[in-house]
Design a protein around this ligand. Structure first.
Ligand SMILES: Nc1ncnc2c1ncn2[C@@H]1O[C@H](COP(=O)(O)OP(=O)(O)OP(=O)(O)O)[C@@H](O)[C@H]1O
Ligand SMILES: [Mg+2]
Length: 586
């Protein structure tokens, strides 16, 4: 905790604020359960008191008739505690689980609004952990730890007060051992906490490694790398085992010490209390009752110490959740947004654009392009030249460090992100598919009639492969589209773009690169017809794909080095002409 900066809020503050905000809307069931919790804590002292009455009253006087009511009360208390516990658990779960499910939805919503830079910084695996195991940690805290902390603290207080009221000398005997118990508990808690952190870190290493290696099994097999991969796994696995053993050893030692101390405490009570009964400052009934009180006083200390770790872990989870909830956005929406003038024409100006992902690693170095409305532009250039990056700036996934981008004369920074997205549609380099059937993958949550879906698939030339699938449009696509070929996934992505009819500028980033040349030519032709008159930008490596474009921009090392239509660039006899000659020769 020493690494936390002075200005940062303390972890307990973060946790309490987070939980407070989450449970506030559900305060009614929470209030009910807290009241019932307090009642249970108070009821805890009833059984020992009844025991004392029975022993000092009817049992010592031999009056069996009076024993009955006490016995019934004793049983009745047990039943009442059972019922109350059931009811408060119900209400607490109701409040807690609702609060956490709200938190999960809220967190998911925030993540959905984040920009690309955020997803680069936060791997999907981490985000999934945040939404599942971190929230589960808080759930455990609310359902188990909170109950324990509240009931046990209340019980401890009530028991102490009752003991001193009944017999202060016996009470002192019970209390004497508590400071030792607390000290020992604190000593061991620190140890258990450290080894529990070690165990979690080791487990995270094991699961992270498994995740990565299992995904790569085919590659590992091809290159015969299974053995070294297993050796490394063995390392992680051993680390995990050592951490687990350390944790178990500390926990076991802790538990045994606690029990020994509790036994010592009871022994002191028995000896001192026995003297008291003989010396007549205590009764037999009191002694028996105090043995139960002692038990009810030691238990809270032990249980509270167990919760200490749960609370520490929850601090970590709360901090991570809070950070994700309030992650500052790299792309800020404008304070005073300007509405795009309608109808949108699609005039694009890139003015002196400089961009880099990492400091001192420039990707785009001074790009100046004017694309008049309706022009069909192709962008070509070597791998890593900055083509996808340029598109990312147009769609405002990133902001350039210098320069500005105008759409119909309006700086894209002054448009609402929603408005910008409706003006610039990108079909990305790696097509994304979702688990669901083909129809769902095309319509993507929109209510489209099946005729429209089929029509879009037809235009994209995807219908051929879809109709060959066993269940056609109802065939399931596995996660990552693993049961489709790379080209089929691209056709599906194109069908989606056509079905959802994006408005404004259409950008294809290598969107047809895995499709065979004959089909690609058909798709190109269909797209040209469909998006006739609209500004479009097509990135492609296959130069045959871009030959017919109105204009071709050749990008190299972050600069536009050639600009013109096919014939002009061939006549210039520069890099484009060389690349084209190479591809023709292939
Ligand atoms: N998120 C990122 N962080 C850091 N560097 C990046 C990131 N994305 C891309 N780059 C780098 O920026 C440069 C341009 O990448 P970009 O994806 O724009 O190339 P490209 O022209 O689209 O290449 P390709 O033809 O292979 O798709 C590359 O050198 C790449 O390594
Ligand atoms: Mg690219």
């Amino acid at each position: 905790m020493t690494t936390i900066q002075k200005s940062a809020p303390r972890p307990d503050t973060i946790l309490f604020v987070l939980l407070y905000r989450a449970v506030r809307p559900h305060w009614r069931p929470l209030a009910v359960s807290l009241v019932l919790l307090a009642i249970t804590a108070a009821l805890n002292v009833v059984p020992p008191t009844l025991l004392q009455w029975a022993i000092d009253g009817p049992i010592s006087t031999g009056d069996t008739a009076d024993l009955w009511p006490i016995t019934i009360l004793y049983g009745g208390t047990a039943v009442a505690m059972f019922v109350i516990q059931y009811v408060y658990t119900y209400y607490l779960q109701k409040a807690g689980q609702r609060a956490l499910s709200d938190m999960r939805t809220n967190l998911f919503g925030r993540i959905m609004e984040q920009d690309q830079a955020f997803f680069l910084k936060n791997p999907v695996g981490d985000l999934v952990m945040r939404l599942t195991s971190d929230i589960d940690t808080l759930s455990a805290l609310l359902s188990t730890s909170a109950v324990t902390i509240v009931t046990e603290t209340a019980t401890l207080l009530v028991v102490i007060v009752v003991m001193f009221t009944v017999n202060w000398r016996l009470a002192l005997l019970v209390i004497a051992i508590l400071p030792v118990l607390v000290l020992v508990t604190r000593y061991f808690s620190a140890r258990v906490r450290n080894s529990s952190t070690g165990e979690r870190t080791a487990l995270a290493k094991v699961s992270g490694y498994l995740n990565e290696q299992l995904q790569g099994v085919p590659v590992l097999q091809i290159f015969g790398a299974q053995r070294p991969s297993m050796d490394r796994f063995d390392n992680y696995n051993h680390g995990y085992r050592r951490a687990l053993i350390a944790l178990r050893r500390h926990s076991a030692l802790f538990l045994m010490t606690q029990e020994v101390l509790a036994a010592v405490g009871l022994g002191m009570l028995l000896y001192g209390g026995g003297q008291g009964v003989l010396a007549d400052w205590a009764t037999m009934g009191m002694l028996v009752a105090f043995i139960q009180y002692a038990d009810r006083a030691f238990q809270p200390v032990l249980r509270l110490s167990e919760q200490y770790n749960a609370v520490q872990i929850a601090f970590g989870a709360a901090e991570r959740i809070e950070r994700t909830l309030h992650e500052p956005r790299a792309i800020m929406p404008p304070h005073v947004p300007i509405a795009p003038t309608l109808p949108f024409r699609g005039d694009v100006v890139l003015e002196d654009i400089h961009f880099q992902y990492l400091a001192d690693r420039p990707v785009l170095r001074g790009i100046n392009i004017h694309i008049p409305a309706g022009q069909r532009v192709a962008i070509v250039g070597p791998t890593g030249a900055g083509k996808t990056s340029l598109i990312g700036l147009l769609a405002r996934w990133y902001d350039p460090q210098r320069g500005r981008i105008l759409l119909d004369g309006v700086d894209i920074k002054s448009l609402e992100p929603q408005a910008l997205r409706s003006l610039v549609s990108v079909i990305p380099q790696d097509p994304i598919t979702f688990a669901g059937d083909i129809s769902f993958n095309i319509s993507l949550y929109q209510q489209l009639v099946s005729a429209d879906i089929r029509q879009a698939a037809g235009i994209a030339n995807a219908a051929h492969f879809i109709e060959r699938l066993p269940e056609q449009y109802h065939s399931l696509v596995t996660p990552n589209g693993a049961n489709l070929s790379a080209g089929e996934r691209q056709l599906l992505a194109l069908a989606r773009a056509i079905a959802l009819q994006p408005h404004g500028i259409l950008i294809l980033d290598e969107a047809t690169s895995s499709i065979d040349t004959t089909t690609e030519a058909l798709v190109q032709e269909a797209l040209e017809r469909l998006f006739h008159g609209r500004t479009s930008i097509i990135i492609a490596h296959r130069l045959a794909t871009v030959r017919s474009a109105d204009r071709i921009l050749l990008i190299q090392q972050g600069r536009v080095v050639e600009d013109g239509d096919h014939a002009t660039l061939i006549a210039q006899n520069g890099l484009y002409a060389t690349l084209y000659a190479h591809q023709l020769a292939d």
